[in-house]
Design a protein around this ligand. Structure first.
Ligand code: HSE
Length: 435
């Protein structure tokens, strides 16, 4: 059989990793795909000289790769949403299949891209867009296809996990660890995407769509970052038996679907709580299989290339299959997507970690307890620390039982209005992740 020609657009960390893996494992990959997969074109303005590109047509303009008649599959690894969107739509228009690692592009423009691809009968594969080398898209879309997915919760940003891990294990300040993550190349070009949860929200958007069969709705994800998490909250959480993780959570509830990214207290006995450094992990709970967990490198050239190459092989295997018989882009047939409601954060029901600084005087705790009790909020655990100076201020840490967020906010506002409460109360959601 004729080889399949690949055009790689972008020869950065992931593009270079993909080129290397395709070359290094060429024999193994051919045995798996049933056909030789050959990098015929590369689109790069300044390809590094350490690659052997003698057999490859190198073009400075990526659009020339997308329109080259010999190219069968366009691999978009340039990132961003502007040029990348035009490039992918051009490739689709030319009847070419597309593989991409671009999470922002799929989360924000995937509905349009998949509609165009379906019209043209081509595939757009995006395994590398979520959690780097962990095959989580294929797992949910195919491996768990028998299940009604109840929820998924994941550490899907390595930079954020690295920061929280270093803060907990070494007591390092947030800002120092972020600088190191940038130096090590884990962080996005704009690191606020990592620490403010935008990168995780992109990935969660994609996971939720394939888990629940809903359109991509990035704008509806509730997103909260980790920049306000302090070393003392990490320590207090630990005293309560929890770790703080930056989770993306998508959950089916009777009224709709919750989509949220926020720091979360997770029981320390859970495997997920012990995923450290830049590693990613995703728990998926299906009604038939129960809880499952997927762990691995969420970033890095070759780890991400592992997913890119798997997508290329997948596309090659299905080249001869009628487009209607292929696995749908978002796991469910495009005319079977559901417009179920995405729940506002105020209606989420969970438990809460609260830390408040209060005056060290009689009756303060009683007032806090009264406010919670009047709103029917039950306390699961409580810690009060010795004041630095007797009679001055003291920290009270509470863990509540499950309560609706709107009610929790009402209680917090009331407690903050007491003369004995100093400053704002820190609120961090907690999840048991049991069933
Ligand atoms: N900045 C991302 C992370 C890279 O830290 O996880 C992988 O998407």
């Amino acid at each position: 059989m004729e080889p399949v020609n690949i055009g790689i657009c972008g020869l950065g960390t992931v593009g270079g990793g993909t080129f290397d893996v395709l070359n290094r494992n060429a024999k193994e990959i051919t045995r798996r795909a049933g056909r030789e997969i050959r990098v015929s074109h590369i689109g790069s303005r300044s390809p590094k000289t350490d690659y052997d590109l003698q057999q490859v047509c190198v073009l400075a303009d990526v659009f020339d790769v997308a329109t080259a008649p010999e190219v069968d599959i366009v691999v978009e690894l340039i990132g961003g949403c502007d040029v990348a969107l035009d490039l992918i739509l051009t490739a689709i228009e030319q009847g070419k299949h597309v593989v991409t690692a671009n999470k922002a592009l799929i989360a924000e423009h995937g509905n349009e891209i998949f509609a165009a691809a379906q019209e043209k009968g081509v595939m757009v594969a995006f395994e590398a867009a979520v959690a780097g080398g962990i095959p989580i898209i294929k797992t949910i879309r195919e491996g768990l296809t028998a299940n009604k997915i109840d929820w998924l919760a994941g550490i899907i940003n390595g930079t954020g996990n690295f920061i929280l891990t270093e803060m907990r294990e070494k007591g390092r300040p947030f800002i120092d660890v972020l600088a190191e993550a940038q130096e090590l190349g884990y962080a996005e070009a704009d690191p606020t995407f990592d620490v403010e949860g935008i990168d995780a929200a992109h990935k969660l958007t994609i996971l939720a769509s394939i888990a629940f069969g809903i359109p991509l709705q990035f704008e509806k994800v509730y997103t909260e970052g980790i920049s306000h998490i302090s070393a003392q909250d990490i320590l207090f959480a630990e005293e309560l038996g929890y770790r703080i993780k930056h989770l993306g959570i998508a959950k089916r509830v009777p009224e709709g679907i919750e989509l949220r990214v926020h720091p979360t207290l997770v029981p320390e006995r859970l495997l997920l709580a012990n995923v450290n450094g830049v590693m990613n992990a995703i728990m998926v709970h299906g009604d038939a299989v129960g809880p499952t967990l997927y762990y691995g490198a969420g970033a890095g050239g070759e780890a991400t290339a592992s997913a890119v190459v798997a997508d290329i092989v997948d596309v090659v295997r299905t080249l001869t299959i009628d487009s209607d018989d292929r696995v749908p882009h978002l796991a469910f047939k495009s005319d079977c997507l559901s417009d179920v409601r995405i729940m506002p954060i105020e209606s989420v029901v969970t438990s809460y970690y609260l830390r408040m600084e209060v005056l060290d005087q009689p009756g303060v705790m009683a007032n806090v307890a009264r406010i919670l009790s009047e709103l029917d909020i039950s306390i699961e655990a409580i810690i009060q620390k010795e004041p630095q100076i007797k009679g001055s201020e003291v920290a009270i840490i509470l863990l509540t039982r499950n309560v609706e967020e709107s009610k929790m906010n009402e209680a917090i506002a009331e407690i903050e209005s007491l003369d004995s409460t100093l400053g704002d109360i820190v609120k961090i959601r907690a999840e048991s992740l049991i069933n």
